[in-house]
Design a protein around this ligand. Structure first.
Ligand code: 13P
Length: 405
């Protein structure tokens, strides 16, 4: 909609219309000062469907999640994936151990100073700590918004290249998101994966995965959940950073074209991309400044300014790399208005896991380790992280070929 134009019919009736043609230019001399409520309605015209019910709440949740100095803790590992994490420290993958681990994370004193939201797996959304208190309540008391991973995982994509997948979970999603909202979730995540090789990502893979993201986003918003749109381009491959940037632009263009088609309310959504880095097997040296410039260039070319925040995944980078790259990005001039922050899984949990080792007596050390990396990333969001100023037990990073989350 052109700034200053008023969609009178829609504003007056309170109904939402998808067609921008309903907007008319004010005629000379006509009063164009709508009442405050009417103005708010007018601002949301162009949003399709019934997002009107939740528009204000969606925007305020997304804004809260991207406040300065804050980012997200991704703890939505599936039962199989958390099993791998626990196995790496010699702990069995039982419900009691998952409960003990996630309990130490959520009850970490002071975590809410740096972490604004936590992405949970379905089991955790309905789980309690040992004393019977819901994790959702513990998070809320710490000022952390509970969120939920809603996709049902990746499946081979017929007709595409053999390494390509599509993301499942749209069937029954509207019913599930309504139930998750009732249980206290206020945002959601859906992870679609794209892979770079000589033949990929194929047009089919880009079309399918970005369409799924847009459909998911709209369904979440209709239930009051802020959708985190995650088109992850894996690090696998020997391509250079230019190629990652080129694919990133193509993918983001398709994501936001489809969001427009589906009527996604961008102000109430977040983007969770990979940083633009060369393939893990590329031979050469890359500096955080290069990663920052390519990542920002990609976003500035393709990400609408109405999206409030970009919450990067860590994708296998080490804890330090993830903090340094984010900090450099936030310390150089850019045109894009979004918050650039973190939504790390591996790069927030490695030191914590290694400090815990499944032992009750190590809980305090594990919480200190988590807090240290949360603080590092909080500083990085402000562009002020000093490399090495916070401890890390994760020197190697966790990149794994063909990683499954
Ligand atoms: P990593 O930071 O470990 O890549 O995970 C974040 C995430 O949520 C992936 O979907």
């Amino acid at each position: 909609m052109v700034a200053g134009f008023v969609c009178g019919a829609a504003a007056a009736s309170g109904s939402f219309v998808g067609s921008k043609q309903m907007c008319v230019a004010p005629t000379a001399g006509a009063s164009v000062a709508p009442r405050r409520g009417a103005l708010r309605m007018a601002m949301n015209v162009g949003v399709k469907g019934n997002v009107s019910k939740f528009a204000d709440e969606l925007k305020s949740t997304a804004d809260k999640m991207t406040l300065p100095g804050k980012g997200l803790l991704a703890v939505d590992e599936s039962t199989a994936t958390i099993g791998k994490r626990l196995a790496s420290i010699g702990v069995e993958n039982t419900e009691a151990n998952r409960q003990a681990y996630r309990s130490l994370l959520f009850s970490c004193p002071g975590l809410g100073e740096y972490i604004s939201g936590a992405i949970l797996f379905e089991e955790t959304l309905y789980q309690t700590d040992k004393a019977g208190k819901l994790f959702v309540d513990i998070l809320n008391e710490n000022g952390i918004v509970p969120g939920i991973k809603v996709d049902k995982g990746l499946s081979p994509l017929g007709g595409a290249e053999p390494i390509e997948t599509w993301c499942t979970g749209l069937d029954g999603l509207a019913e599930r998101t309504a139930a998750y909202y009732k249980q206290g979730a206020r945002f959601a995540k859906w992870r679609a994966v794209l892979q770079i090789s000589d033949k990929t990502p194929s047009k089919l893979s880009i079309a399918e995965n970005t369409w799924g993201l847009a459909r998911y986003a709209k369904i979440c918003q209709d239930s009051g959940l802020v959708p985190i749109i995650e088109p992850e381009i894996l690090m696998d491959g020997d391509h250079d950073i230019e190629r990652t940037a080129e694919v990133g632009e193509e993918v983001l263009a398709s994501v936001y074209k489809n969001c427009d088609t589906c009527g996604v309310y961008l102000e109430g959504s977040l983007l969770k991309p990979n940083m633009v880095v060369p393939g893990a097997e590329w031979k050469g040296a890359i500096q955080p400044e290069d990663i920052a410039k390519y990542t920002i260039r990609t976003l500035e070319r393709r990400l609408p300014s109405s999206v409030p925040g970009v919450t990067f995944l860590s994708g296998g980078m080490s804890e330090e790399e993830a903090s340094i790259n984010l900090s450099v990005m936030n310390s150089i001039p850019r045109k894009g208005p979004w918050s650039l922050t973190f939504s790390y899984g591996r790069a927030l949990q490695q030191s914590c896991l290694k400090s815990w080792l499944g032992k009750e007596e190590n809980v305090k050390a594990a919480q200190d380790a988590l807090l240290a990396r949360a603080r590092a990333n909080s500083m990085a969001n402000l562009g002020k992280y000093v490399p090495g100023s916070e401890p890390s037990l994760d020197k190697q990073g966790t990149f794994e070929k063909g990683y499954k989350y």
